[in-house]
Design a protein around this ligand. Structure first.
Ligand SMILES: [Fe+2]
Ligand SMILES: [Fe+2]
Length: 261
């Protein structure tokens, strides 16, 4: 705890009184002062939901903004990825992933990279902590292995610069995590694994296009991506959530976010 020396001395009285105190008495007074400060410390900021709650469930954005919940449109019986993108994402996340895929498309990236950008943060609607891992798992049965690998590792790579492609530590992260933030050891380990991997650049490019995907007022349509989705996303005929895959429950949870159990 930071000790305001002047404020502490002022609680003891005049300079003459302080001078006359034994060092034990001063130590006792300091202890009382510190305990009193602890009692005064502001309570941790509270919210109706924990920060990790997915955005579709009313959770705040990573930078803390909460979007009011809107009524959800019904989903088709066999929902596709496009149905989920259109009907089960909050506007902020939807706009961000479309902008990032749009930037990748505009700059001539391979279709798999465009798809990875389009899907990289969709899971934030469901769950925020470790979204790289959650997001990769959610997409894994349906996309090329390289795409889910890139989604998994983009989370860690966001914390590490790579000047070879003009990627710097994001200003947004200084605001979210504070300026002296050191990523947890598991994030560092994920970064180090990715750095040595043959698909490193596939994950890295998600982070590069991410930088151009927070433009206020810019709206990107999903239309330019429909063919890419058709070619690279294995849409199950039963619909996402009903295909018996190991991650079907994640899609169902987004489909029915108001189910009580
Ligand atoms: Fe992300
Ligand atoms: Fe992102």
């Amino acid at each position: 705890m930071h000790i305001d020396r002047r404020a502490f001395l002022a609680t003891l009285g005049s300079a003459a009184v302080v001078e006359s105190m034994s060092s034990e008495a001063r130590a006792d007074a300091l202890e009382h002062y510190l305990i009193a400060q602890l009692d005064k410390a502001p309570a941790a900021k509270t919210s109706d939901v924990r920060s990790g709650t997915g955005a579709l469930f009313g959770g705040p954005s990573p930078s803390g903004v909460r979007v009011p919940l809107a009524a959800l449109a019904p989903m088709p019986d066999q929902p596709t990825l496009v149905d989920f993108l259109r009907l089960r994402g909050t506007p902020g996340i939807g706009n961000h992933i479309l902008q990032s895929a749009g930037d990748a498309l505009k700059k001539g990236e391979p279709e798999e990279t465009v798809l990875a950008c389009l899907l990289h943060d969709f899971v934030l609607n469901l769950m925020k902590p470790d979204h790289g891992w959650w997001g990769a798992q959610m997409m894994e049965p349906y996309v090329p292995e390289k795409v889910s690998w890139a989604i998994r590792h983009h989370q860690a790579l966001r914390f590490y610069a790579d000047s070879s492609v003009g990627y710097e530590y994001p200003e947004l992260y200084v605001r979210i995590f504070g300026k002296d933030y050191v990523p947890a050891p598991y994030i560092k380990a994920s970064y180090e694994t990715a750095r040595k991997h043959k698909w490193y650049m596939d994950a890295r490019m998600i982070t590069v296009h991410d930088l151009y995907a927070f433009e206020p007022g810019v709206k990107v349509s999903i239309e330019p991506f429909l063919d890419i989705i058709g070619r690279h996303f294995r849409q199950p005929k039963e619909g996402l959530g009903f295909d018996g895959s190991p991650v079907a429950h994640m899609w169902r949870t987004l489909n029915y976010p108001n189910n009580p159990l």
